[in-house]
Every structure is written in C-alpha cells, then in structure tokens.
Ligand binder design. Structure first.
Ligand code: F0G
Length: 456
C-alpha cells in the first residue's frame, strides 16, 4: 500500500475555535504582530512549536497515574534513569524541568569569560545561556546548510574544516565544549550524518574537547540516517540512536520534543566530577537529583515516550507528513527549505517576500499574513530572532529569514495539513500586498518572545 496512515487512533479530542479574517486582523494588531502574544484560543492550527505540544499516548497517561511523588528515591526516577542509560550509554542522568534548564546548569560550569562553545548551530536558548555565562557560542554549519532551497541529505552537518581552523586560531584549551544539535532546529530541522558526528568526535578526542549532543530530536535525526546514509538502511533506529550517543561525552535534552512529554528534560554524561557539579547546581535551582524540576509522573511519561518515539511506523509517518506538506508547497513554487526537515516546514521568507528588505522583518510579516489568512500560527527564525545591531544601531541581519511551521507530534491529521497548504498557497498568490514591519519595543535578549511591532 502506498498510503502512509497515522499510526494511532484518536481516543480524546480537543475543539478548535474558529474565528474570521476580520477578527484575526484585530487580534494580530492587538498582539503587536507577535505570534507569542496571541492567545491560543484565537489560533486555528497552532504550528508555533513542536515543543511540549505532543499528544501523549494512552500508555503515557497510564504512566502518569503510576508516578511516585516521593521527594527522594522515587521508583519513577529509577525507571527514567534506566531508560536514558540504556538509550544513551551515559551513566549519570540528571532530570531538569526542560531543555534550557539543562543548558543553564551545563554552561554555568563549562562557560565563562574567554571560553568558546562551538556547534553546527546553537538553538536560541542554548546560545542565550552560553552568552549569559560570559562565553561565546560559535556556529560552524556546513556550506550547503546556508542555502535554503538547495537540497542536500545532511544540511545539519558541522564544517569540520572550519572546526579545525577555529581550534588552531583560538587554542583548544579555550574551547570548553562542542555541541551538536540533532536535528539542526535553527538551520531548518536538517539532520546531521553519523559520518559527520564521527569526524567531529575524532577532532574532539585529538584536542580533548568534550562533545555534547543537543538531543531534542535524536529519533528524527536517527531515522534520517537510516533513510539517507549508506550502511544504515538495515539497522534499527534504536541501534542508530545508540551509535549516535556512543560518540558523545554527554547530552542535553528537552523531553518536550522527541519524548512526547508536555514538560521535562535532562542532562546526561560520562564525567562523574562534572555530574557532581551539575547536581549541586540542580539542587539549588531545580530540585533534588531524583526529581530535578519534575513531578514523578512526568518522569514516567518521559521514560515511556523515549521508547515510543523509536517505533519506526511512527517515524515513517512523522517524517513523511512533513515531506508531504513541503512537497505540496514546492509543486506551486513556494520557496521552502529543501529537503523537508524532521519536525517543521521552513519557508524562505526572503525569497517569498522579496519586496520587503531584511530590516523590515519579512519573516515576521509572513507569520502575520498566515495568521490573518487562515488562523495559522507560525514563528519567524530570522532577523527578529537572531538579528543584532552594529555600533550605529543598524541591523546586522541573520544569515537566513525563515518562517517555521512546526508540526506537533500526533496532533493534526492530513486534512489539517491540507488546509495549511491551502492557506500558504493563498498567501503566496497575494504576497505583493504584504507590508514590512518595524519594532516599537524590544528586550535586550531573546527579543522575539516579547517584541512589539507595527506595520510600515
Ligand atoms: N535545543 C533545541 C534544539 C531546541 O529546539 C530547544 C527548544 C531547546 C534546546 C530548549 O528546550 O524549550 O525545553 O527549554 N525548542 C523549542 C522550539 C522551544 O520551539 O523549537 P526547552
């Protein structure tokens, strides 16, 4: 059979609230053209993020009922710990309330003034936590990862030549970690190949630099390796994921993505001394080491989710559903990141709205237009998120101006996705009517969450 079906039945549903275009124009204006400031009841299809928005399975809900809420030594923690140890091979497992809490703890120890943390591409919270420690985050994405519409199988790879050059320039002793983000969220949800990870590992070993994996979407990345990398077609995704983790000295993870949990995360590592230091910070900021920032029931849901995500029927459906939407858009000439990523469709807003200059935030303008046209909420990954100012207050734009439509896991059906395609195509057909935006209020870090904008 050619039709790939959703590998689940629906037991419980949530209503979608409908509104019309006129209402949405007013809502968007009131939210200052920032999707984070729109109430979710005013959104028809919410593609703001795939984080914490998954539908949990009946097994996960059953696990929630079995959560043991003891302050110390809960059996829920030991099930969580064992699942992560078996998957990653990393012996020290530290629960946190979400990914950025893991980052905060790790970079409080590894960061600091004069240090560099290199990456394929750091996610925005990862970069913010590195910056906050006084260290500097450096992205060394491969050349093909810089061009949204040119397809290549592993556009999330790090440029290992640049990595070696960077080490020669700055000195290995000043590079306190290498973080590989799988899949590369800010670079289009593109996967990293096993060959690239192996090469990075060899460099890290030679120069004594610890290698950490930002593992939020490890299962999606592992499935891409199975599909696209020579020598992996006959391996199970579980085997591939285990090999991927085998090269790591540690990992940070937001369980809100590939673990299908609504909240949660963890840090895991080989180095016992580092784990001790992390746990000391954990106790101060998150909680006792057998619960971190979580309830016992969350630990259960994560442990179950980490096993469920390795189901290859699920991963086939997951990756295919993103590709389905991407291909529908490619067919009518909408400029999108190619090939399809693992958790989201990324529209190249610079090409889509080539009449809007980057300092008028074409990505954010497109986000607004998609909301007005069809009630779809998406997010800009461009100069509003990553832009900085030079000494004269002129915008230093981001490398790319993307709009991300992140698909929550197991939440929307094919008709929802068909509707999304129809809305995007409608907006594409009248793209010349869309106007640029200017910022009227912004925070000094992570400004995209709270910035207020108006049309020009
Ligand atoms: N690393 C990556 C690659 C991420 O995508 C995220 C979160 C984090 C770390 C931080 O995890 O949210 O649990 O604190 N990404 C979400 C997103 C917010 O929408 O892509 P967190």
């Amino acid at each position: 059979m050619n039709t790939i079906i959703e590998p689940f039945r629906i037991k419980s549903v949530e209503p979608i609230y409908f509104n019309n275009k006129e209402e949405r124009i007013a809502i968007l204006k009131k939210a200052f053209y920032n999707p984070f400031l729109i109430h979710s009841n005013d959104v028809l299809i919410d593609l703001l993020t795939d984080s914490g928005t998954s539908a949990m399975s009946s097994n996960q809900w059953a696990g929630i009922m079995q959560g043991d809420e003891s302050y110390a030594g809960s059996p829920s923690f030991f099930r969580f710990e064992e699942t992560i140890q078996q998957l990653t091979g990393l012996p020290f497992v530290i629960p946190t309330h979400q990914g950025r809490a893991s980052e905060k703890i790790l970079f409080s120890i590894l960061g600091g003034k004069g240090k560099y943390i290199v990456s394929n591409t750091l996610f925005d919270t990862t970069r913010a936590n590195i910056d906050f420690s006084g260290a500097e985050g450096v992205d060394l994405i491969c050349e093909e990862g810089k061009y949204p519409t040119i397809p290549a199988p592993f556009k999330g790879n790090m440029d290992t030549g640049l990595f070696e050059k960077f080490i020669a320039e700055k000195g290995a002793a000043n590079i306190s970690a290498c973080i590989i983000t799988v899949t590369n969220n800010s670079g289009g949800g593109q996967p990293v190949s096993m060959a690239n990870i192996r090469e990075i590992k060899n460099i890290c070993v030679e120069f004594n630099i610890p290698l950490f994996i930002d593992a939020c979407r490890f299962a999606e990345n592992s499935y891409f390796i199975k599909l696209r990398e020579e020598g992996y077609a006959d391996k199970s995704v579980t085997e591939i994921a285990k090999e991927l983790f085998s090269y790591a000295d540690g990992c940070t993870m937001s369980a809100k993505k590939d673990a299908f949990a609504n909240i949660g995360g963890f840090l895991a590592m080989h180095n016992e001394q580092l784990a001790k230091e992390c746990r000391n910070l954990l106790i101060m900021t998150e909680g006792f080491p057998t619960y971190g920032g979580l309830a016992g029931r969350d630990l259960e849901a994560i442990a179950i989710g980490l096993r469920e995500v390795l189901d290859e029927h699920y991963l086939q459906y997951r990756i295919r559903s993103i590709e389905y939407l991407t291909n529908k858009l490619i067919d009518v000439g909408v400029p999108v990141m190619q090939p399809a990523g693992g958790h989201a469709v990324y529209i190249d807003a610079k090409a889509f709205l080539n009449h809007i200059p980057v300092d008028q935030y074409p990505g954010q303008a497109l986000v607004g237009a998609l909301y007005v046209e069809g009630g779809i909420r998406s997010v800009e990954i461009g100069s509003l998120m990553f832009g900085k100012y030079d000494e004269d207050g002129k915008l230093i734009p981001s490398q790319m101006e993307l709009v991300r439509l992140a698909i929550p896991r197991r939440v929307y059906t094919q008709s929802h996705i068909d509707y999304v395609a129809e809305v995007i195509i409608e907006v594409f057909n009248k793209r010349n009517e869309i106007k640029g935006l200017k910022i009227i209020e912004e925070a000094s870090t992570l400004r995209h969450f709270t910035a207020k904008l108006e049309t020009i």
